[in-house]
Ligand binder design. Structure first.
Ligand code: URA
Length: 204
């Protein structure tokens, strides 16, 4: 159900996929990264949340959404009464990309070729979990799911249907909320919470 078809979708249950993805060298990001950060959550999750790519703390721990963006997401989910452990959380790109600045590892956005190389894993996760609802957090996920014409600014918070019937929604990426100037931050956070509330209502 991705916007562009994937040539070969890796087969297997989530355990197998996680193991296979651990050895992925389909793009150069595997080399400097600590590890692959595959999605996590129940095999039968009703909803899948798709972010952009792991950050520093995700790279170190191997789990998605555990750093500052993950904490913001956790609070937002809590606010709408959703339990994170019932959702499948994953990213569009499964490796941390960074640039050394002194001793710090500065986040860099995965380019089009790196996103393309990683699409097979998201396709495999979708095929295995078959969620009723998919939420794209940020433009990278929204473009992969809905096509490059999608604009989060104009189209977030609106239900759409993916080929195959999966319902889908886009919202702000929690990192975008964190990065926004303080004058805009509360508004963006409120919109993210409102969009997650749509998810919570659809799951009721
Ligand atoms: N941002 C993401 O998109 N995903 C993570 O897992 C963490 C931060």
């Amino acid at each position: 159900p991705l916007a562009k078809p994937v040539d070969e979708i890796p087969a297997g249950n989530l355990r197998t996929l996680t193991r296979k993805a651990r050895g992925c060298q389909a793009c150069p990001l595997w080399k400097p990264a600590t590890q692959t950060v595959f999605g996590q959550g129940p095999e039968d999750a009703l909803a899948m949340l798709v972010g952009e790519q792991p950050g520093n703390q995700e790279d170190i721990t191997g789990a998605p959404f555990v750093g500052p963006a993950g904490q913001l997401l956790d609070r937002a989910l809590e606010e709408v009464g959703l339990d994170r452990d019932t959702l499948y959380l994953t990213n569009t790109v499964k490796h941390f990309k960074f640039e050394m600045r002194g001793k710090a590892r500065l986040h860099k956005r995965a380019n089009a070729a790196e996103q393309e190389a990683c699409r097979m894993w998201l396709a495999a996760e979708l095929l295995q979990v078959q969620p009723k609802i998919v939420v794209a957090l940020g433009a990278m996920a929204a473009h992969t799911l809905f096509g490059n014409q999608f604009r989060v600014t104009r189209e977030r918070g609106q239900w759409r249907t993916l080929p195959g019937g999966t319902r889908a929604l886009a919202s702000w990426h929690p990192s975008a909320v964190l990065r926004a100037p303080s004058s805009r931050r509360e508004q963006l956070r409120g919109e993210l919470v409102a969009d997650l509330r749509l998810l919570a209502q659809a799951l009721e």
